[in-house]
Design a protein around this ligand. Structure first.
Ligand SMILES: [Cu+2]
Length: 407
């Protein structure tokens, strides 16, 4: 439909304008011819027609050919549509775009806690990569990623560390990318230092001044468009004294995906910038896809667990909740060093923000992670922690035959 609208636009604006300018030229010729020779009439008409073309034709052409056509932007940079040439490039090479078996970042894939009492110089390498992977069986997306998964790798440093970060853009990429880490103090969070064309690599250095759990994301224009393709992750800046020890840590990130095809529509989905502007995602998921956190979060009765929960957005705020559990401690908005919240049912995770939730497991069974704006479950926003161990009837008892987990 958008392509038809482009044809219509060009016919009406350009062709229409050409006809009216020519008509204006003939009319001028006809008027002048009445009083002067045909030569003078022709010269004047041609000059007027030329000036009109020069002045008005640029207004008749689309400013920048992008898909979907004619989205307006009042933002500081490129609009949310994708450059049309990039779309053509993608479809021309879509057969050779790397297909990833699972886009999911393993929630257990977290570096171990930092065990030193002094700052260090740390080298980190990340690679931006555009791939195709499944959102759900038979439904695939063109994901843009850090290191081929959503979210990107969990980065763990210590307060006071100096980090030398190298960002490579895989040569197979179509788009430019960069990285803005909310843990960075400095303009753009690093984005201006790390703009990389396909095949390019750049290095920046920053000092982790403030402890906390921070989102990082691509901030190449249009930023929302890049984030809505999956370009985000978390960086933990541990406080000098470390975080209290827990038995298990999990890495979870919520994110939204906007496709032209509605919820459940099969096939390779096309990004829908209008839905993103309207804030109507088709899929809202943890760790990149529907059922991304099923079968990979396991713990035992008696253990304490910590969930590093982030929100890549781009539009929604997550009301993060674990059904059947109470967060004993929440680091609200992932603030470290401030006041902790105790005994919390649901915690807010802002778009481009995070939280840390600690809780102890007393009762075996399945615990479902949700965004408690519960209609989002049907768009994919849920996962499961499976807790093994002995029953604990003093805490939880009754007949569970035929029972359902959940609310
Ligand atoms: Cu990007």
């Amino acid at each position: 439909m958008e392509f038809l609208s482009l044809i219509k636009f060009i016919l009406v604006q350009v062709f229409g304008l050409v006809i009216s300018i020519l008509a204006f030229g003939f009319f001028t010729f006809w008027i002048i011819r009445k009083f002067h020779s045909w030569k003078i009439a022709a010269i004047f008409s041609v000059i007027l027609v030329g000036i009109s073309f020069f002045a008005f034709i640029p207004y008749a052409l689309p400013e920048r050919l992008e898909y979907p056509f004619f989205l307006r932007t009042f933002g500081p940079a490129d609009g949310p549509g994708l450059p049309f040439k990039n779309i053509l490039k993608f479809f021309a090479k879509s057969g050779s775009v790397e297909r990833i078996a699972s886009i999911v970042r393993d929630p257990n894939d977290i570096p171990t806690p930092i065990n030193r009492n002094h700052p260090e110089n740390i080298k980190i390498e990340l690679e931006t990569k555009e791939v195709i992977a499944e959102m759900a069986p038979g439904i695939s997306f063109n994901y843009w990623t850090f290191n081929g998964t959503v979210p990107g790798p969990f980065i763990r440093v210590r307060e006071g560390d100096t980090i030398e970060l190298t960002l490579k853009n895989n040569p197979s990429s179509i788009n430019h990318h960069n990285i803005d880490l909310h843990a960075v103090t400095g303009p753009g969070g690093g984005a201006v230092l790390t703009n990389v064309a396909p095949g390019e690599s750049k290095t920046m250095t920053f000092k982790a001044l403030n402890p906390g759990l921070y989102v990082y994301h691509c901030a190449h224009p249009n930023v929302a468009t890049h984030d809505a393709h999956g370009m985000y992750g978390l960086i933990l800046v541990e406080p000098k004294e470390g975080l209290p020890k827990v038995d298990r840590e999990f890495y979870v990130m919520q994110g939204e995906f906007y496709s032209t095809g509605g919820l459940g529509k099969k096939g390779l989905q096309i990004f829908d910038a209008q839905k993103m502007l309207d804030g109507h995602p088709e899929y809202i998921v943890f760790n990149g896809k529907t059922k991304g956190l099923v079968g990979n979060m396991k713990a035992n009765v008696g253990e304490s667990v910590r969930i590093f929960i982030g929100n890549g957005g781009v539009n929604l705020i997550s009301s993060f909740h674990v059904i059947g559990e109470i967060f004993d401690t929440v680091y609200p908005e992932a603030s470290i060093g401030g006041a902790l919240f105790k005994n919390v049912q649901t915690t807010l995770v802002p778009a481009g923000g995070a939280a840390i939730t600690d809780f102890k497991l007393e009762v075996p069974g399945k615990y479902i992670l949700v965004d408690h704006a519960l209609s989002r479950l049907d768009r994919g926003a849920w996962g499961v922690i499976e807790v093994a161990g002995d029953k604990n009837p003093t805490v939880f008892d009754g007949d569970t035959e035929g029972g359902q987990h959940g609310h």
